[in-house]
Every structure is written in structure tokens, then in C-alpha cells.
Ligand binder design. Structure first.
Ligand code: BES
Ligand code: MN
Ligand code: MN
Length: 463
């Protein structure tokens, strides 16, 4: 199965000769703190869009920065392929997660640094580095040959990390212009070093903020405790009711729309080399959790979940304070699998919480939906997947594996639904990449192989 990597020599040579420049430019991109969630970074986020726009224009694309009610979308096009050639849309995001806690980074989040073959920076893997892989693959074609075998649209948004609230309407509005034959996204990871991977599924997301209010202010817990309902206790009880003792979600109707994964996909999953012992060690936990009777990869890739993402109430400072808090708040999110829908989960979750904490319970509850996205599953056959397999084999010297993914890219389903084009998810991160965490990194080798794989992929798709 393993063969010497071989992509077209002219593309490879161009990438070798432009390697230093490419890394310098990626460093410049990574230095821009385009944190979409923070309004104090709005100017930086706009600067990242402008930077990307200029890079795409420089390699020969017709690029435009298009406003949205939030952060802008960069749309760059190259449409001079021979008649009959397909159109490929490449999607990525130029926004990043906040870098905090900053003190836990070995080198500062927005000062890219290479150590042990790893490029460390916020956005290195999620997703600036992977977006850059495509820009360089396109540049290699235009630089080495002055042309591309396919028409290309690059669409980069600045709001993925805040749930892409404006992207689906944007795609709807510009559906004619964005019309394409294939969508390609690199915003995920490979199964293991050296093993190129194609994603077969993403989970969806439904995210909520639950606020429980009791007395109109904090109270002395001795003077009032015992006679007044404690909102923190009430919230804790409601949250504890979300799972049963076997790790299943105990909301009525929650699993109704879950469609089993195809037997072939489950079988393929069982063949992947996964070790629970190694997984536990990596994470620093003594035991794993979740639904009884499922393997770890099954739990991560094929099953829905409910997690508390944040919890806030009462006194959390140094020492003790005897207080009965007036309010408690939790952030709760669900990962969804086909065919669950965020809007249906919202209805079920709200009625579950209201049943747990009715108006007569002594507290008032408010459940606010923050964002959601549908789950996605690939068809995995057709020319796009065949081309991807060939290109990955050429660049990595071995066949790709098919993997699932527990994370979410809310817009993937929208691309399929609105544009009617199949989506290929092929990522170049690695396990332990620390996406969203301190010391985020991407392997320099993976950047280089990724550029070669994507350059080869455009050739394959152009026939
Ligand atoms: N790139 C990730 C999603 C991802 C992670 C895909 C790992 C495959 C492997 C994306 O940027 C992300 O972080 N998505 C968020 C959802 C968003 C609405 C904040 C997620 O999954 O939590
Ligand atoms: Mn991402
Ligand atoms: Mn992310």
C-alpha cells in the first residue's frame, strides 16, 4: 500500500522553491488575532479578511471582500479553465478562537513558532493553516503552469467559530455565483500521523444558556437556607436529570430521529487502530465515560451527546462564604447525529427543563438557544471521492482511511442543501493538535504534504 509519494513534478518543484516564502506569509496571517467572538478584535478580524483577499489577488484570483451583518466573507474566483471543466468551491474560515488562557501557551498565541516540526499558533490548524494549504496549492498551479485545470471559488468566512450565523443566508443570496460541482473543506484532522483521512460524518450542534433565578438577591445561607429554594441546587438537579444511569440522554423523544450508521461504516470504524488505554493516557483520565455498550469511536462519531460547557453560581473565590445565590447559569450543548435537528432538540430540551423546574418549584427558568447546526454524513462515492483518494495516495504514499468526527462545521449541510454539490472534508491536523486550546499546532510536514495533495486533487478533478 505504501508507495513513494509522487505528485506532478512541476507542482512539486514550485512548492519546494516557494516554501520559505509560503511559510513567511502564513506566519503573517497567523500574527493577526482575528478572534471573531470578541468585538475588541473586530479591526483585526477585518484585517485578516483583507490580508487573505490580497493574497488571493496576488496569485491571480479575482477577489472581493463582501460584507455581511457580521464579519465579512472573502470570495475569490478563477474561472478560466477549459470549457467543460468542473467548478470547485473551497471553503475555510479566517477567524479563530480566543487564545485564553494565555499563560498556558509555551510561546505567545499570535507569535507563530516552529518547534520539533510543529508550527504553534492560534489558527495554525483551525483553520488558517489549512486554508493556506489550498491557497498555496492553487498558487502552485498558477505559478508553475499559468493556469488551473478547474474553475475555482474560494469562500472564506470570519464567523465559523461563533456558529456561522450569516453564512447560510449569504450562500442563499449568492447561490448562482457560488454554484459549483464540488465543495472541498480542510478544517479537520487526520486519524494518525502519516495516515491521510477523509471524513464521512460531522456531528451537529444545539447550544443553550440556562438561567435559573430564585430570590431577588443573594441571601445569608444560614438565615434563609432550608426555607428558600436554592437556584444552584435546582439547576444542578435539572442538569443531573439529563442522563440516565447508563449514560443515555433522558429527554423524551431525543433519539427518535437518530438514523443508524450504515453497517459498512461501523465495520470500517472497528478496523481503525484505536487503543482506549492510549486514549486515556493522552487525556490524563483513569476511566472513560459515556453510553454503555459502545466503542469509543462509535461514541465520538456516531452518537449524540449532551454536555455542560459552563456552570456559574454563588461564591467561587478564595475560602468560604455562606451564601444562598440568587441565580445560577449553565451553558449546555448537544452534539447531534443524522437526522436530528437543532430546532427539534431545542423544543425537547426546553420542555424537559420546564418539567423539571415548573413555575411552582420556587425558581424561574429561562432557556436561550445560542446557536445550532445540522449534522452531516457523506455519500463517499462518486468522482470527488475517487479523485481525493488518488491525490492523497500520491502525496502521502498510502491510501486514505475513512473517519468520522465528533466536532461540527455548521455550514457543511447548508452547502449540500443550497448548492446541491457534494462536500469533501479532508483535513491535515493531527490528534493532540490542541485546537481551541493553548499550544495549538499543525505539523509542518502535513502542511507540505497537504499542499501537494490538494494541488494533485485539482489535477484529478480536471481530468
Ligand atoms: N474545525 C472545527 C470543527 C472540527 C474540529 C472539525 C475537529 C473536525 C475536527 C470548527 O472550527 C469548530 O471548532 N467547530 C465548532 C462549532 C462552532 C459552531 C463553534 C465545534 O465543533 O465546536
Ligand atoms: Mn475550524
Ligand atoms: Mn474551531
Amino acid at each position: 500500500m505504501t508507495a513513494a509519494p509522487s505528485i506532478p513534478a512541476d507542482l512539486d518543484l514550485w512548492l519546494v522553491e516557494n516554501d520559505t516564502r509560503s511559510m513567511d506569509e502564513l506566519f503573517a496571517f497567523l500574527r493577526i488575532p482575528s478572534v471573531s467572538a470578541r468585538s475588541e478584535h473586530n479591526a483585526d478580524t477585518a484585517r485578516a479578511a483583507a490580508w487573505l483577499h490580497a493574497s488571493l489577488a496576488r496569485i491571480g484570483f479575482t477577489s472581493q471582500i463582501m460584507p455581511t451583518p457580521g464579519h465579512p466573507v472573502v470570495v475569490a474566483e478563477w474561472r478560466k479553465a477549459p470549457p467543460g471543466a468542473p467548478t470547485v468551491l473551497i471553503y475555510g474560515h479566517y477567524d479563530v478562537q480566543p487564545s485564553e488562557p494565555n499563560e498556558l501557551w509555551t510561546s505567545p498565541a499570535f507569535e507563530p513558532a516552529i518547534r520539533d516540526g510543529k508550527l504553534f499558533a492560534r489558527g495554525s490548524v483551525d483553520d488558517k493553516g489549512q486554508l493556506w494549504v489550498h491557497v498555496m496549492a492553487l498558487a502552485a498551479h498558477l505559478g508553475a503552469r499559468g493556469t488551473l485545470p478547474v474553475n475555482v471559488i474560494v469562500l472564506a468566512e470570519g464567523e465559523e467559530e461563533v456558529g456561522s450565523p450569516n453564512l447560510a443566508p449569504f450562500i442563499e443570496k449568492h447561490r448562482a455565483r457560488l454554484s459549483c460541482d464540488h465543495v472541498i473543506i480542510s478544517d479537520s484532522a487526520m486519524f494518525a500521523p502519516g495516515i491521510p483521512s477523509i471524513l464521512s460524518s460531522l456531528r451537529g450542534l444545539a447550544y443553550f444558556e440556562v438561567t435559573v433565578r430564585g430570590p431577588s438577591s443573594d441571601l445569608h445561607s444560614g438565615m434563609y437556607g432550608g426555607a428558600v429554594v436554592n437556584p444552584a441546587m435546582a439547576l444542578a438537579r435539572a442538569l443531573a436529570s439529563l442522563h440516565d444511569s447508563r449514560g443515555r440522554i433522558a429527554i423524551k423523544g431525543f433519539y427518535d430521529r437518530v438514523r443508524p450508521f450504515p453497517a459498512a461504516v461501523l465495520k470500517g470504524m472497528k478496523k481503525l487502530p484505536h487503543s482506549d488505554a492510549r486514549f486515556r493516557k493522552e487525556l490524563g483520565v483513569r476511566a472513560l465515560g459515556g453510553e454503555a455498550g459502545k466503542t469509543t469511536l462509535e461514541k465520538l462519531w456516531t452518537r449524540p451527546t449532551c454536555e455542560i460547557n459552563g456552570l456559574l453560581s454563588g461564591y467561587t473565590g478564595e475560602g468560604a462564604k455562606t451564601v444562598l445565590p440568587g441565580e445560577a447559569m449553565a451553558k449546555v450543548s448537544f452534539r447531534l447525529v443524522p437526522d436530528q435537528r437543532p430546532e427539534i432538540v431545542e423544543r425537547l430540551f426546553k420542555s424537559h427543563i420546564m418539567r423539571q423546574l415548573p413555575a411552582t418549584s420556587g425558581v424561574t427558568v429561562n432557556v436561550k438557544a445560542l446557536h445550532g447546526g445540522r449534522p452531516w454524513r457523506a455519500d463517499l462515492d462518486g468522482p470527488l471521492y475517487d479523485a481525493a483518494k488518488t491525490a492523497l495516495r500520491a502525496a502521502f504514499g498510502r491510501d486514505p482511511v475513512i473517519v468520522g468526527e465528533g466536532g461540527s462545521i455548521p455550514v457543511v449541510g447548508d452547502f449540500e442543501r443550497i448548492l446541491g454539490a457534494p462536500v469533501l472534508l479532508v483535513g491535515f491536523g493531527l490528534p493532540g493538535e490542541n485546537a481551541h486550546a493553548p499550544d495549538e499546532w499543525i505539523g509542518v510536514d502535513n502542511l507540505q504534504r497537504g499542499m501537494r495533495a490538494m494541488a494533485a486533487l485539482y489535477d484529478e478533478l480536471g481530468g
